[in-house]
Structure formats: C-alpha cells, structure tokens
Design a protein around this ligand. Structure first.
Ligand code: PLP
Length: 439
C-alpha cells in the first residue's frame, strides 16, 4: 500500500504520475511521453489540453458556474441542446444532460418506462439488452451490461427484469453459424425473447450500434441494426441506442446511427460529448414522448445535482465547434481507413484472431490458437500484460479482456481525431513490434 490517500483503481503496480497533456501525447513526471492511442477510455476525442475548450470552460465558470435546473433555464445549456438537435438522428429533439454514460443509460431506461406508463402500458417494464455489451457500471446500467466478470459479484443486486440475448459477434457466433447463411439468427433472437417473455411486458431494447468496450469494436453485419430496429417497431418496444462510445464523431459520422440508417426512440450520449474535459452525458428523445410524460406526470421523475450543468455544457459546445470548424468527421473517415489498412497485416500474426473496426474505433483480438480461435486462459492475463508492455513502449491502449465471455483477450485503439498519418504509423509500428516481442 502506498502513502497515497486516493482509493486507487489499480493496486497491482505503482502508476506513473501524469503531469501534462498535449495533442495525442501525455507526459509523466519523469518526462516520459505516451502516445494516447485510446484517448483514455475512448473519450478524449479532440486531443489533450486544448486551450479553446479550457477557455470556454473558464469563461462559463467565471460568468455562471451553476443554476439549479429546476429553478432556471441557462443559455449555454439551451444552445447545446439546440445544436445537438441539428445533428442527432431525425426525431430526436429534446436533451436531458447528465454527467456519466452510466447515469445516462439509467435515465434512458427510466424514461422509457415513464413513456409507457404515460401511454397506459403499465405492464411494459422489462428491458432487453445483449450479452457482452457495455452500458456502464452503476447497478441499473450494470444490469443492462452483458460483461459477465463485472456482473458476477453484484448479480444478486442486479435487476432480474433485464433479459440478455446473444451479441452480433460472428467470430464467436453463439449459434455456431456463419454470416450470411445464418440469416441474422442473433438479430431474430430479439424477436424470440420478446415473444417468449410476452411483447406486452417489454419496455425497451438497449444496444450499442457498434459493440464497444466489451467486444472491442465489433461492427455487426450491415443489416443487423436495421433488423433489430424493425423488430422493436413491430412490437412497440422502444429502441434505446447507446452511442456513449460511438457518438460525437468516433465512427466518422456524428453518430453511428447514420451508417445503419437508424432512427432510435432514445439515444444515449457521453464520453466524447465533453471530449474528456468535463463529465458530460445526455439522453436525447422525441418531443411527443416528453409531452406525454409531462402531461401525465408533470415531468420526468428524475434528477441529479449536476444535471444540466452550465460549465459542462460550455465544454460540449466548444467540442462541437472544433469538430465542425476543423472538419474532423471527414478526417476520422480518412484516418480510420488508413488505420484499418495499417492494422490488417497484423492478422498474419499466429496469435491475432481478428482486426475489426470503423472510423477511429478499432479492436484487435488475441488467441492462443488462431485456427480454432481458442482463447488464452484468463489466468495468463494476456491483455493486461500486453497493455503493460505497450505502456512501457509509450503506447496507451484500451484493455478489452473477456471478449469471449469469461475468457478472451483484446485491445482497442481509439486515438483522438487529430492524429496525423505519421503518428498513426508510429503507433501501429510500435504496436506490431511489441506484439511480436510479447508472443
Ligand atoms: C457504450 C457505453 N455505454 C455506457 C458507458 C458508461 O459510461 P461511463 O463510464 O461514463 O459511466 C460506456 C463506457 O465505456 C460505454 O462504452
């Protein structure tokens, strides 16, 4: 145990002390530089220590740092909602601001329930999500999350009313089928679950459009998202699209919904919304849903001290300004294509099972045996040891252990959108070398 009074997140080693960030680089107290190939947990989308965002935050804090959202409307919060309404999928017009992705997921589930209650559908309280999804770690969000290792210690406390179906993960298909001959069996598992449980009891289906933190950037077959959206519509189930990781440009469009032509009922945002500068998340929903909830209940029965916070909204606006002015969406598309091209040769490595991704969100999965896709035993801690080796070499990546349920090793890359071609090459070159030495 160190002399620190911080309740640390990692106890197995002494962490270096970070003192400075600039662009895609972080620096520790000893002057060692790290290429931030994952923007923290894929949230530092615009790079570290941007003066424009720092100034916007400071100006807002100096002018009005807080006004209780039940007492005042605040211009900067109004402006952020108005700007988001212009870029979110059609029909999403109202935004409830929060601090973390987990909070926003919980709010989305509660709001879906209230929408049904307002419409007189009292029996609709169950939620369907997917195994190997990630929706957060507070108890409600963890109930939706499908990451077994994180759920296990808390299972008695998790909601029994959230049902999980298999993910669209072709490499390790739950049904042992192959796309396209499978006819999207995993998408129709949603319809099976709805029918088995009774569609009149299902409030919502929550899913990430691209499987993020738990499955390391698995992009579902193109038709998958549309099929599950249609199933939801047919059965009166609200489709909650969790774009906490994929939203705000990460996949090369403002939202991953655009790649799949999705019009969710509720969208969940976080991470890149505040660019890593301040904790900012949101749920976006439809005007008619809000009206009916307001007419029936007088409002959404929900609230946090730090919801609708003016200073975090100022950060969100500055983030959007930069993405637009610097044309970072086409930049993500360009750099994402290049990153994919640079990573694909890694699949020649005997311990690389798969390289997948979209935009600047890529995953690499490692296996003991490439032919049989057999994972290393989790006790070998391949992901964690590889992460440490990469960090030693000055590259920060996102750990995705447990891609194959309780087993499985993978890392994710999600660098800030401002990464240059040279920095991408350096990142992949170092990664390749570390992977070769490691195995
Ligand atoms: C898709 C998704 N939803 C929700 C969350 C939870 O967000 P937070 O860690 O801010 O609570 C995450 C975090 O990784 C996420 O990737």
């Amino acid at each position: 145990m160190t002399a620190s009074h911080v309740f640390l997140r990692r106890w197995d080693k002494t962490l270096p002390t970070a003192v400075r960030g600039s662009g895609i680089w972080l620096e520790d107290v000893d002057g060692k530089r790290y290429l931030d190939a994952c923007g923290g947990p894929i949230c530092v989308n615009l790079g570290h220590s941007r003066e424009e965002i720092a100034k916007a935050i400071s100006l807002q804090a100096a002018c009005l740092e807080y006004a209780h959202p039940t007492m005042f409307a605040v211009p900067v919060v109004e402006q952020l909602a108005e700007r988001l309404a212009m870029i979110t999928p059609p029909g999403i017009e109202r935004f409830y601001f929060l601090s973390s992705g987990s909070e926003a997921v919980e709010a989305a589930i509660k709001f879906a329930r209230q929408v049904h209650l307002a419409a007189g559908r009292k029996e609709r309280y169950r939620v369907i999500s997917r195994w190997q999804s990630y929706h957060g770690c507070t108890l409600g969000a963890l109930s939706a999350t499908g990451k077994s290792g994180m759920r296990k210690p808390f299972t008695p406390l998790l909601s029994p009313h959230i049902i999980h179906i298999p993910p669209p993960y072709c490499l390790r298909c739950h049904y042992k089928l192959t796309f396209p001959a499978c006819n999207l069996r995993c998408a129709y598992a949603l319809e099976d679950a709805i029918n088995l449980e009774g569609s009149e009891t299902i409030a919502a289906f929550i899913a990430e459009p691209v499987c993020g933190a738990t499955l390391a950037a698995v992009v579902p077959p193109k038709e998958y998202n549309q099929v599950v959206a249609d199933i939801c519509r047919r059965h009166g189930v609200l489709f909650i699209l969790d774009e906490v990781m994929t939203g705000m440009g990460r996949t090369g469009t403002w939202f991953a919904a655009e790649h799949f032509g999705l019009q969710p009922d509720i969208i969940v945002l976080g991470k890149g919304l505040g660019g890593g500068y301040l904790p900012l998340s949101a749920i976006g929903c439809r005007e008619e849903q809000v009206s009916s909830v307001v007419d029936t209940f007088g409002g959404f029965i929900h609230g946090h001290t730090f919801s609708h916070h003016p200073v975090t909204a100022a950060a969100g606006l500055a983030v959007m300004d930069i993405i637009e002015r610097e044309q970072l969406l086409p930049q993500v598309q360009r750099m994402g294509r290049l990153l994919g091209e640079l990573l694909v040769p890694l699949t020649d490595h005997p311990h690389v099972a798969d390289v997948r991704g979209i935009g600047l969100m890529w995953g690499i999965e490692f296996v003991a045996d490439q032919k049989t896709c057999t994972s290393f035993s989790r006790s070998e801690k391949v992901t964690e040891r590889l992460f440490d080796a990469l960090m030693k070499a000055g590259i920060l990546v996102y750990k995705c252990a447990g891609v194959a349920g309780n087993e499985g090793d993978a890392i994710m890359l999600g660098p800030p959108f401002i990464i240059t071609e040279d920095e991408l090459s350096l990142m992949v070159h170092t990664l390749r070398k570390v992977v070769e030495d490691f195995f």
